[in-house]
Ligand binder design. Structure first.
Ligand code: SAH
Ligand code: SF4
Ligand code: F3S
Length: 462
């Protein structure tokens, strides 16, 4: 049985999108729509879209066309889009996807319940897009009972890297007032959340373009920069939950942020710090705002305070004008810094960005080759870096049964690396344990639960 007002959300894109989908689900449920366990049973299917690369858009459009085609055999089915691609393509979407019922941009998600109601009442198709986000657009709903939670602190982006569509679709930077963020963290901690991830495109820019703290208030730890102060305040409100944040930018890796990371014990020693390229020439063309030396120094500042800091990164291969020499410079810097994981992206021209006017000089085959080479470099590097943990007891939060093998459980270490261990009586998702690492692979650590760290044996949840 399909209820007309039951909905299912399919999400593409980054963590901001995951977070938005969660809020939308809560919002729609609060307005009397019911979340459907599967796409096949839903009366309304919503796709949360991403525009960051051409392929990301192709996926959302392809999916929407398939769903619209199902209307013939599923009368009453409604299909809608929300998120970044709606901001970019607006009413063109209704030509690209004939039969689409609605599309709502990322700054207007609060209107989704009304849009859905009007579409179900036969008033479609509907398009809602707005230019800038404001405080009134912040969606605060979180799923109940989850072990981890994302908390938005900074919307949009002011950096305008030459290749990037995000500032166009997500707008300029706007930081949530610190008190609002801290209140949300406290609510989540009261609800039992064990891990909090602060989200922003360039998260360390928090509070740079609008005021987030009341004037004249001193931070207990003597922090003056808005992001470092926020880490301190979130740490105090988190009820023992671990704290992560993403993504970083070298310009935000100040001595103060490093000190906050090093001295606040719940802040996890891992950072996703996109590099994009190791060639000064390409970094300048990308308008990243740092060169190879600037990136090195940012990492050095962090490591001075967080000695075991684990880094992951993003790299774009085949940016316009990237020569073999530029690519080799990237490989060298990647090798020098030491990343345990990286997302390697093949450059994709995005209409309207400055780089889209430059000749896409690297062939698809060569982009593919550079992608493969870097992935292999990173895997080799990860094995070497992980090997240092063999014989150590790593604090790990239990996530649940391993997807690959039901006799094993999976957890995540403070370093954000998955640890796999044999099933142990009495463990529950969310428990914090210690895993003694015995062997490593590129993406995974393997070991044994240290019995005295099992809450079932009387260890405190810590
Ligand atoms: N705001 C984040 C990431 C935004 S998009 C940050 O700057 O850290 C995620 C990643 O997609 C980027 O880090 C970049 O590596 C990649 N990316 C963005 N635009 C791209 C494009 N046009 N082609 C290929 N990769 C791109
Ligand atoms: Fe895009 Fe650069 Fe902003 Fe990241 S920092 S969202 S890559 S413009
Ligand atoms: Fe994609 Fe939008 Fe995130 S373009 S990467 S979903 S901010």
């Amino acid at each position: 049985m399909t209820a007309a007002n039951s909905f299912f959300i399919k999400t593409y894109g980054c963590q901001m999108n995951e977070r938005d989908s969660e809020s939308v689900q809560v919002l729609l449920s609060a307005r009397g729509f019911s979340a459907s366990p599967s796409e096949g049973e839903a009366g309304v299917i919503l796709i949360n879209t991403c525009s960051v690369r051409g392929k990301a858009e192709d996926k959302s459009i392809g999916k929407a066309r398939l769903l619209v085609a199902q209307k013939r055999i599923r009368p009453g089915l409604r299909v809608g889009l929300f998120g970044c691609m709606v901001q970019r393509l607006k009413d063109d979407l209704f030509d690209l996807i004939p039969g689409l019922d609605f599309a709502v941009g990322p700054h207007r998600l609060g209107l989704l319940p009304d849009v859905l109601a009007s579409v179900l009442a036969g008033e479609g198709p509907r398009l809602e897009v707005g230019e800038e986000r404001s405080e009134g657009d912040v969606l605060r709903g979180h799923r109940d009972g989850a072990m981890g939670a994302f908390v938005n602190i900074l919307y949009g982006c002011n950096r305008r890297c030459a290749y990037c569509i995000v500032p166009t679709v997500r707008g300029g930077e706007w930081s949530r007032p610190a008190a609002d963020v801290v209140a949300e963290v406290r609510r989540l901690a009261d609800g039992g959340v064990r891990e909090i991830t602060l989200l922003g495109q360039s998260v360390m820019s928090y509070g740079r373009t609008n005021a987030v703290w009341p004037e004249g208030e001193a931070s207990p730890g003597g922090f003056t920069e808005p992001f470092a102060r926020l880490l301190e305040a979130v740490h105090a409100a988190a009820g023992g939950a671990w704290i992560r944040f993403t993504s970083g930018h070298p310009s935000g890796c100040t001595a103060e942020v490093a000190r906050a990371m090093g001295t606040l014990p719940l802040v996890c020693p891992h950072l996703h710090l996109p590099l994009q390229s190791g060639s000064d020439r390409i970094l300048a063309r990308m308008r990243r705002g740092y060169d190879a030396e600037g990136y090195r120094q940012a990492v050095a500042r962090l490591r001075a305070q967080v000695p075991n800091l684990v880094l992951t990164t993003d790299v774009i291969v085949g940016f316009p004008g990237e020569t073999e020499e530029d690519f080799e410079a990237t490989r060298r810097l990647v090798g020098e810094i030491g990343f345990v994981n990286a997302f390697i992206f093949k450059y994709s021209p995005r209409p309207g960005t400055p780089a889209a006017d430059w000749e896409d000089t690297v062939s698809p085959e060569e982009k593919m080759r550079r992608n493969q080479v870097l992935l292999e470099d990173i895997d080799r590097q990860a094995l070497t870096l992980h090997a240092r943990w063999i014989g150590s007891d790593l604090e790990t939060v239990v996530e649940g049964v391993s997807r690959r093998n039901s006799e094993r459980w999976a957890g995540r270490t403070r370093y954000n690396i998955t640890a796999i261990f044999p099933k142990v009586e009495g463990l529950h998702p969310g428990d914090r344990i210690k895993v003694r690492i015995e062997r490593v692979r590129a993406q995974t650590l393997y070991g044994q639960v240290q019995a005295e760290s099992n809450p079932a044996n009387g260890a405190s949840a810590g």
